[in-house]
Design a protein around this ligand. Structure first.
Ligand code: AMP
Length: 460
């Protein structure tokens, strides 16, 4: 096995790596660092979690350690699809460059131009940016890209999804032809292939296995679910989500809940909160300070449930996420791999559950084809609650207990006997619980009018 010390990295970078506790390079690092240090273009086909950030940051720091930046002319440029990823790259950069004197600026939306302008005016060695914000600065005449010696494109396939490819092409054309390019993508869509053929020069291609497809430490399952009526499907699905969370009890220390649409991210987060779960949304339409606050809370453990869109959560590195819930089956099979890869990190065990409605079955097939396994079916924990479907007006009756921290009483009893107990209202403190909207003390033969909400009763 190669050691970091054999890779020709700057000794100060090696010291920082050692302090970060890394013992040996990951495959993408082993493959990308040597050609990058030789000044070659690199095409890395790798996804987040493989150590790809260090695979471009470490050689960059080594190469840039010699020389100084000039005003308004950054020496290197890292393009990331989202603000969060850009911030994460910047954080990585600070870790690895802590013993080297280099300056950096982070250009992301939601942060005032003034501060960013000041840094750029002074001259920066490394500019980490999202494409839109970078072009805004460029168009305001504050930035020259003619001094860029190294350009990194991170998560190119995500850039493609987000419609950034024209921006990327424009930025490529604003940098010198002689620049070195380090280009990373989890997949090679034809459009990405075209870009790399156009802008990379004889790149060294390194492909590492998709990590999550082989990750045995993630327990995966899917619940097949059909709403009792079309207009009830959404609220019943949210109820099912709560039941799945409850059934995990203490095992679920924290979780990311993925929705396909931003609107649903908001609705699911709001609904969970209303039911006493400690949840907050994150997606691209929220302002930056709110996103940062939410992420910090999730990272430091003060927020238990992060409800997220793919883009916002892509590449987030929180080492100890116990559960991932796919509220929706993702439309791109690749996204399933990315989503569940948020749990089971750094050798820990993880659990990934998904809810599949009939119209998503084709997408489920695509996922199973991609991961080359059948995802085990999980029983719907609400299945036997026939009466509950009538009373389920989501968001109508929040529970009284708060879900900010897992409690012993939340743990669903396991096994068939335990299940029966849970369905009989095994946890008396809950009252009308999310686990079935049971009314305590009425036995199993609850008259159906009692299970109706006030509005339903009035409406007859
Ligand atoms: P990335 O794929 O860049 O998002 O990195 C995933 C995680 O792996 C980050 O938490 C890094 O700090 C960590 N990491 C990167 N390289 C190594 C390494 N050689 N050994 C151990 N951990 C690493």
């Amino acid at each position: 096995m190669t050691k970091f010390s054999e890779l020709n990295l700057n000794p100060k970078v090696l010291k920082a790596i050692d302090e970060a506790g890394y013992e040996s390079p990951t495959p993408i690092q082993e493959g990308a660092i040597p050609p990058a240090l030789e000044g070659k273009d690199v095409l890395g086909i790798a996804q987040t979690g493989t150590g790809k950030t260090a695979s471009f940051t470490l050689p960059m720091i080594t190469l840039l350690a010699r020389g100084r930046a000039r005003a308004r002319m950054p020496r290197s440029l890292v393009l990331c699809p989202t603000r969060e990823l850009a911030a994460q790259v910047a954080e990585n950069f600070d870790t690895y460059a802590k013993h080297v004197k280099l300056t950096k600026a982070l250009l992301i939306g939601g942060v005032s131009f003034g501060e960013q302008d000041k840094l750029i005016d002074k001259g920066v060695d490394v500019l980490i940016a999202t494409p839109g914000r970078l072009l805004d600065h460029f168009e305001r005449g504050k930035l020259l890209l003619t001094g860029v010696q190294i350009m990194v494109v991170d998560e190119a396939d995500r850039m493609l999804d987000m419609g950034f490819i024209p921006d990327i092409e424009r930025i490529f054309s604003l940098t010198p032809f002689t620049r070195q390019t380090l280009f990373f993508s989890a997949t090679m869509a034809p459009e990405i292939e075209r870009i790399t053929n156009t802008f990379l020069s004889a790149p060294t291609r390194i492909e590492v296995a998709r990590q999550a497809t082989t990750s045995e430490n993630i327990e995966q399952s899917v619940v097949m679910f059909k709403g009792s009526r079309k207009d009830r499907e959404a609220s019943e699905k949210r109820k099912l989500l709560r039941a799945l969370i409850d059934a995990e009890g203490e095992k679920c220390t924290n979780a990311i809940i993925f929705c396909n649409r931003k609107m649903d991210v908001d609705i699911v987060a709001k609904s969970l909160k209303k039911y006493g779960y400690d949840a907050a949304p994150i997606h691209g339409d929220l302002d930056q300070s709110q996103r940062t606050r939410t992420l910090d809370g999730f990272r430091d453990g003060t927020l238990r449930f992060l409800v997220a869109s793919d883009v916002a959560a892509r590449g987030l590195d929180v080492p100890s996420v116990s559960h991932v819930f796919n509220f929706d089956v993702p439309g791109h099979a690749e996204d399933y791999v990315h989503r569940i890869g948020r749990t089971g990190r750094a050798g820990r065990d993880g659990t990934a559950m998904m809810i599949c409605v009939p119209r998503d079955e084709k997408n489920l097939d695509d996922i199973e084809r991609l991961v080359q396994r059948e995802i085990p079916r999980r029983d719907n924990p609400l299945k036997s609650e026939v009466k509950a479907t009538k009373s389920d007006k989501d968001d109508a009756a929040p529970k009284t207990d708060t879900r900010s921290k897992p409690k012993k009483s939340d743990a669903a009893p396991k096994g068939a006997a335990g299940k029966a107990k849970a369905e009989q209202g095994g946890s008396p403190s809950r009252g009308r619980s999310s686990g079935g909207d049971k009314v305590v003390g009425m036995g199993d033969h609850l008259p159906s009018f009692i299970a109706l909400s006030f509005e339903e009763r009035r409406a007859g």
